[in-house]
Design a protein around this ligand. Structure first.
Ligand code: ZN
Length: 320
């Protein structure tokens, strides 16, 4: 893909919308036309991926999937969910929407990647840090990490993105747990990836084996307690009924990490998503609206949102 800088957020969003439609067409292949739900052969039922409880409420249906909320730990997750094998097939053949978004929204991603890198650098002081980015897309984050002196490694299931990332970094195209790593890493990063993984505990156990002593794990994940998610509900982009199998929030994360004796080194709320919220509250399309100011809603500001961990995403640094 040609590298170009689009600064007008409306054009950016229109292009993303076009790609969303292409992606939707691909996803519709998995639907049962009679029920409107995903075909049963692709899916399975499950209990809460964080606390294992079966006590949950359905919060809404979107496309062919149901999002539920755990009554014990507040986790939001897909139930039913695609089986592992089907999910891997789905990713291998899906259109590479994320790398296209990265290229088009360059400045936005630069800022957000640098903020994560600063958090990692604060806790890992050694030079030439070995960084493994799981689900690295076309390698945008690794490019930045490499510029700052990191030794960069990645994994990517999508064929096109794998080929792009491989040009500048050591990259594997297999599922994380299938890879035979001969390396140990200072940091393992999951940029908008952890929510795609069905069994967080299993992944964390695997990472333990490939992390150096005092190594860290960085996660950026959508926040199911974000103001945008709670106001927009199923209209919010966060709720992807195939890919976003697990949607965490501050409390669910704390529950998960406490259970596994994992230390939280940092947790910050990022991306206020105020433009989207204000469009919606102005009766416009949340993602394509005019971003008109709404005077009555001055109480909605960046500071209040992040102070309450209500940003669209959370960035979290943990040590095992
Ligand atoms: Zn739970």
């Amino acid at each position: 893909m040609r590298k170009e800088k689009v600064t007008n957020p409306k054009i950016l969003r229109l292009r993303l919308k076009k790609m969303d439609l292409a992606s939707l067409k691909y996803r519709n292949k998995f639907l049962n036309n009679k029920t409107g739900l995903y075909k049963k052969k692709y899916t399975e039922r499950r209990s809460c991926p964080v606390c294992n409880s079966n006590n949950k409420i359905r919060i809404f249906q979107k496309e062919g999937g149901f999002f539920v909320k755990c009554n014990k730990c507040t986790m939001v997750y897909l139930d039913p969910v695609f089986k592992d094998k089907e999910l891997i097939e789905y990713y291998k053949n899906n259109i590479p929407i994320q790398s296209a978004a990265c290229v088009m929204g360059n400045d936005f991603y630069d800022t957000i990647y640098n903020s994560g890198l600063r958090i990692i650098h604060k806790h890992i002081k050694s030079k030439n840090k070995k960084i493994l980015d799981v689900g690295c897309c076309s390698g945008m984050f690794l490019d930045i990490a490499k510029k700052k002196g990191g030794l960069t490694y990645g994994t990517e299931l999508n064929k096109e993105e794998y080929i792009m990332a491989k040009k500048n970094h050591v990259v594997w195209s297999d599922d994380l747990e299938e890879i035979d790593f001969n390396e140990k890493f200072d940091a393992v990063t999951f940029w908008d990836v952890f929510e795609h993984l069905k069994k967080p505990t299993k992944v964390l156990k695997f990472i333990r084996k490939i992390l150096k002593k005092n190594g860290v794990i960085f996660l950026q994940i959508p926040n199911s307690d974000s103001l945008a998610a709670k106001i927009l509900r199923e209209k919010c982009n966060m709720f992807d009924p195939i890919e976003h199998v697990n949607l965490y929030n501050k409390d669910a994360l704390k529950f998960l990490f406490k259970k596994h004796k994992i230390r939280i080194l940092e947790m910050v709320s990022v991306i206020d998503e105020l433009n989207v919220i204000k469009n919606y509250l102005n009766y416009e399309d949340p993602y394509l609206g005019s971003q008109r100011r709404c005077k009555q809603m001055k109480f909605l500001n960046t500071q209040n949102i992040h102070m309450n961990y209500s940003g669209y995403k959370l960035q979290v640094l943990i040590s095992l």
